[in-house]
Design a protein around this ligand. Structure first.
Ligand code: BJW
Ligand code: ZN
Length: 250
């Protein structure tokens, strides 16, 4: 394992002894599956406008455009597969009590086989009615590229959380409880700029957990019980899994 030896030892021993770990993920964990992140030079918000596409008022003004964008992203996600990072988190469940708290809407943790996943920002594979809330899961084929309507007559929308919207009822509170009761939290592939999700690492830290950021970009979060490993999640997470496996099976 080529990562910083101090972090490696401190983290691996702590993980191996932990009762409960939380893995908090962002779009970076799916980047190696070919799914674009949001921010940064190659991010979605460089090419597309968050203002036009990711809030309710814009959707109601131009549902055709927003549906077209979501159908485009769904095609990318449907054609992708969980990567080595997603798979390592599934394997880790053999040895540790793992809860995933994800900001991702791509369903890849579930497709990989993770058993406990809290979705903070919804799931792009589902849709719901803007008026009565009726769920429409699975793929929807658009007739003449026109946005679908519910049986109640209102527009159907992707079941994701846009800016200014509350998170799905109760899910943040459940995620926060998990973060406040874990021994180690891995914060993987997120810029940590979107609230309230961005508060979760501090909640874990204040409750005494060790918090470890894993990111390809440098971080200034490196003090006390907060550590940083620079690298791709598809490489760092399998490396962590290998070390835990070695220790547990020794
Ligand atoms: C790798 C890697 C590899 C790459 N390995 N690493 C001012 C202050 C505070 C808050 C606010 C504020 N003004 C407004 C707000 C609230 C707002 C907010 O936080 N805005 C900030 C942007 C300022 N939040 C909200 O509106 C939330 N709701 C809310 O607050 O409700 C209360 C309320 C109600 C009514 C009125 C007002 C408030 C809702 C937020 C919803 C976010 N939705 C999105 C879209 C989801 C649907 C969709 O997908 O279409 O969620 S936005 C987008 O950002 C998406 C993501 O989940 C989220 C986080 O992004 P993420 O995952 O971190 O991606 P990136 O691209 O930012 O980062 C990727 C990282 O990966 C980078 O660090 C890379 O380096 C790294 N990486 N490859 C490891 N291989
Ligand atoms: Zn309806």
């Amino acid at each position: 394992m080529s990562y910083d030896i101090r972090i490696q030892k401190e983290l691996i021993n702590k993980l191996a002894d932990s009762r409960k770990i939380v893995v908090f993920t962002g779009s970076g964990v799916s980047a190696e599956s070919g799914i674009p992140t949001f921010r940064g030079d190659d991010g979605l918000w460089k090419k597309f406008s968050a203002h036009e596409l990711a809030n309710f008022d814009s959707f109601m003004k131009n549902p055709d455009l927003v549906w077209e964008w979501y159908q485009y992203r769904r095609r990318i996600i449907n054609d992708s597969k969980p990567n080595a990072g997603h798979r390592a988190l599934v394997e880790l469940e053999k040895y540790l009590d793992v809860t995933i708290v994800t900001q991702n809407v791509d369903n890849l943790h579930q497709r990989a086989g993770s058993s406990r996943v809290y979705e903070l920002h919804g799931n792009i594979t589902r849709n719901k009615c803007t008026a009565c809330g009726k769920r429409y899961d699975g793929e929807i084929e658009l007739a003449d590229n026109k946005p679908p309507h519910c049986e109640c007559g209102a527009l159907v929308r992707p079941d994701v959380v846009w800016f200014g919207e509350n998170l799905p009822e109760g899910v943040y509170e459940l995620a926060e409880e998990q973060c406040e009761s874990c021994d180690v939290m891995l914060v993987v592939g997120t810029s940590g700029v979107v609230y309230p999700a961005a508060l979760l690492p501090s909640a874990a830290l204040s409750s005494g957990a060790m918090v470890v950021d894993i990111n390809i970009d440098d971080s200034d979060h490196q003090h006390g019980r907060r550590l940083f490993i620079k690298g791709r999640s598809g490489e760092v997470l399998p490396a962590i899994f290998d070390e835990i496996k070695r220790l547990k099976e020794y």
